[in-house]
Write a protein that binds this ligand. Structure first.
Ligand code: DX5
Ligand code: ZN
Length: 223
């Protein structure tokens, strides 16, 4: 079996927001595949970040697909505005969705790829019934809310389990990881089965964006 292509999605949470367009263009030039955008409402997570207006500004700054991660309560009330702002993928947290299946359908209906996101304490089984209804699963490898936290080791097993389910049913579902991804963890999550790596600190706080992205790719390839 040929190795899965691994995509790198820099998280702008760790970027300089005063120069956001420039930062996004810089990671695009440095070889990023997607731009990961963290939306936080100050309720589902304690931190508060950005809304559709900023997503629109990021959309205008790059050709890359925007992977929008909603860490908000009741995402069904506002997810269409993120699609209208230019999100290619919209991720909703399992824990924030009372009617998860319906909300995932709503994302696709609005014209975006549907991503389902699990917190570290949420078991893999929580998303098994909707695996056939999503384009992506995002396994949080830190508790959401902040950049720069340490990778939670116990998530490796969850990644491997979800990878098995995807492969057994031959599903076209991306398996993304987010939190504490960098040198030392990138290779391990890819070996466990991840094929999209979100990285904030490891890219935007590195002295060279091209070098940081190349280092992640090298580790992901196991070279
Ligand atoms: C955390 C966010 C992440 C964050 C990752 O709640 O979902 O996308 O930016 O940051 P690092 O890569 O620094 O752990
Ligand atoms: Zn994120």
């Amino acid at each position: 079996m040929s190795p899965r292509p691994v995509r790198i999605a820099p998280s702008i949470l760790a970027a300089d927001f005063g120069r956001l367009a420039e930062e996004v263009r810089a990671v695009e030039e440095a070889g990023a595949d997607w731009i990961h955008v963290d939306v936080m409402d100050g309720h589902f997570v304690p931190n508060l970040t950005i809304g559709p207006v900023v997503v629109e500004a990021v959309r205008a700054a790059t050709q890359l697909p925007l992977d929008v991660h909603l860490m908000i309560e009741e995402p069904e009330r506002s997810l269409e505005s993120y699609v209208a702002a230019g999100a290619a993928t919209v991720g909703v947290q399992v824990e924030a969705c009372t009617h998860l299946h319906r909300t995932l359908g709503q994302i696709r209906e609005a014209g975006a790829r549907a991503s389902v996101v699990l917190n570290p304490a949420t078991p893999a089984g929580a998303i098994e019934p909707v695996l056939g209804d999503v384009d992506q699963v995002l396994v949080m490898t830190v508790n959401p809310g902040f950049g720069g936290q340490s990778f939670i080791e116990s998530q490796l097993e969850k990644i491997a389990r979800i990878r098995r389910w995807i492969d057994e049913s031959d599903l076209a579902v991306d398996l993304e990881v987010d939190g504490g991804i960098g040198p030392g963890t990138a290779g391990r999550v890819v070996r466990a089965g991840a094929d999209v790596l979100v990285a904030g600190t490891a890219i935007f706080r590195a002295p060279s964006y091209p070098d940081a992205i190349a280092a992640l790719r090298k580790e992901a390839a196991g070279t």
